[in-house]
Structure formats: structure tokens, C-alpha cells
Write a protein that binds this ligand. Sequence first.
Ligand code: NAD
Length: 337
Amino acid sequence: MGAQITLIPGDGIGPEIVRSALQVFEAAGADAEWDEQIAGMSAVNEGMGPLPQPTVDSIRRNRVALKGPLTTPVGEGFRSINVALRKMFDLYANVRPARSLVRGGRYEDVDVVVIRENTEGLYVGVEHFIGMEDDPQAAAESVMIVTRFGAERIARFAFDYALAHERKKVTLVHKANILKCTQGLFLDVGRDVARDYEGRIEYEERIVDNTAMQLVVNPYQFDVIVTENMFGDILSDEASGLIGGLGLAPGANIGRDVAIFEAVHGSAPDIAGQGVANPSAVILAGCLMFEHLGQTGVAERVRGALSAALQGGSRTPDLGGTATTAEFADQIVRGLT
Ligand code: NAD
């Protein structure tokens, strides 16, 4: 029996790109049994909530999911379905590799992985307005939460990831020069964890503003970056910009028990149903998933064929080409067979 995987085609361009991804993985000989479930607008349109219980149960059972982008219905109670999933399964590590696939861009051979803490920091959403005199919103405040537990598990995750993926260096990114308690704790804990990996993985520390600048000036100096929630959100988008944008950026949300893999981009309602969306990001997310499942050969073959298809000039309109989603997927499949 193959690996049981929850498959959520998603909304907007989701079903189009996920269908292409399945075609590619089948051609690559992936050992998978897909357990298809719905969420987002697709679920709401069927008269359910945006995150139906059978979908949650399936993820809990299979522990691994490949997810297309979801449109968060406006006014449906959830701030975001993705945030809800992250909380429900304690998906504390967001892994965003940015690797050049298309030559002729601003940079060639960028290969950086941003590991973002996904559960703490300012994004816990502890914030409120403070009223003064007749202005109920005269001020606003937001609390940044960092725990020793959270900082330690993300730092360990980053070093273990670096070891498992034969990486050489981890850069811890912080703002401890200003935020002495929260960022100071994140840095201190990271430093302690780094000692356990001495001699195996090189370690360095950078302040976030300098990192943002250095990433643009010379991205080759970075290998694995580990940082807190908001800095990771910003730096990972910056890193995907270095390699050609969102159409090529996969992401993984990983917890102790469950891992959910997805493209970084959203449901792209402006091009949905036209058959022109770029399926690369969701295919690359699937590669991360098959690596996670131990099917590294599948991931390597698919990445090679996808890269060859792009180099060979088959490109969807977002990359300046004229290929449809299906034509591009067919080109990848030809490279596999
Ligand atoms: P988006 O990422 O969907 O689209 C931004 C722009 O990029 C659009 O012009 C779109 O056409 C283009 N684009 C995105 N993916 C593409 C692809 N694969 N190929 C070609 N072009 C692509 O962001 P948005 O418009 O801000 O959000 C639309 C919806 O998606 C919203 O409901 C939002 O909540 C949701 N969203 C979901 C996720 C997720 O499920 N992980 C992430 C982000 C946004």
C-alpha cells in the first residue's frame, strides 16, 4: 500500500495546478494513495464550513497533506484557514526553500532555505486599541511572545534540517539589539542550541535589517536561515523574489505529528479557470512532501524534469511564456519518461 496522503485541491487555480501535479507525480512513479478532501470556498459552496471535520480527520489520520491554495471566505469566522490549520496541528516550522530554476534572472544558483517559527512572535495576535478622551483608537498595542520552548524547538529543527539536507551553515536572524527580552531570549536559546551542533554545522547570527539588505546584495552567503515568525514571513517572500517569484515558491508547514505542504501563492482568482496558472510551486511542494516521506528519488526526478522543462523554454505566462498549465505539465512528464 502506498503512502496515504490527504489531498486538498483547493480553490481558484488550485484544482487546475493540483491535477497537473498528480499527473507529474504519477509519471515519476510516486508511491501514493490520495485521500481527496475539500476545504475553503469549495467546502462552503457545498454547504459546509470552510474546514470540514472529515478534512481535519483525514489530515490527523494520514499525518501528511498536499494542499492547493484556499480562498478564505469573508466573514466566515476564521481569520484564515491556513492559520487555523497551523494552530490545530501545531505546525511550528514553516520551511521555504528558494532555489533558482530559471536562468537569465537577476541571480543564478540561489539556494537558500528560510525556516520560520510559525506559532509565536507578534503574529499570535495579542493586540488591542487603547482609547483616550474621545478617541477609542488613540493608540494600539501588540504583544510579541517568545518562549524558551518555542525558540528551542525551532532552532533545533533548523539544525536538524541542515544536517539531514547536507547543509553547511545556519544563520540565526534576530533583532536582539533593540528587543532585548523577546529577541534576546530567541538569540540566547539559539546560541545554546548551536553549541550542540558545533563542528557539524557552522553557525552565525545576523540582525534582521542587515540580513534583508545582504540577501539582495549577495544571496550566496546564506544557506539555512532560522528566524522568528514575522521576520520569517518577510524574509521568505524576499527570498522567493530572488528566484523568480511566487509561481516557483513551495512551502512546508511541519509539526511534531503532522506536515502540510503547499504552494506559497494564493488561489489567484484573476486567472482561475483559464488553464494558464503555473503549477511549479505546488509541484515543488509535492517534492518537499515526497522527501519528507522518504521518496527522495521521486523528488529528485521531478525537480530535474521541471527544471529541464523551464530551461527548454516551456513556460506559463507568469514567466513570460505562452504554455498552458496542461502543456507545461505534459512537458515535465515527457522529461520523466
Ligand atoms: P495570489 O497569490 O492568489 O495572487 C497574486 C498574483 O499572483 C495574482 O495576480 C495571481 O494571478 C498571481 N499568481 C499566483 N499564483 C500564480 C500561479 N501559480 N501562476 C500564475 N500566476 C499566479 O494572492 P491574492 O490575490 O492576494 O489572494 C487570492 C486568494 O488566495 C485570497 O482569498 C487569499 O486569502 C488566498 N490565499 C491563500 C493562500 C493559501 O492557501 N496558502 C495563500 C495566499 C493567499
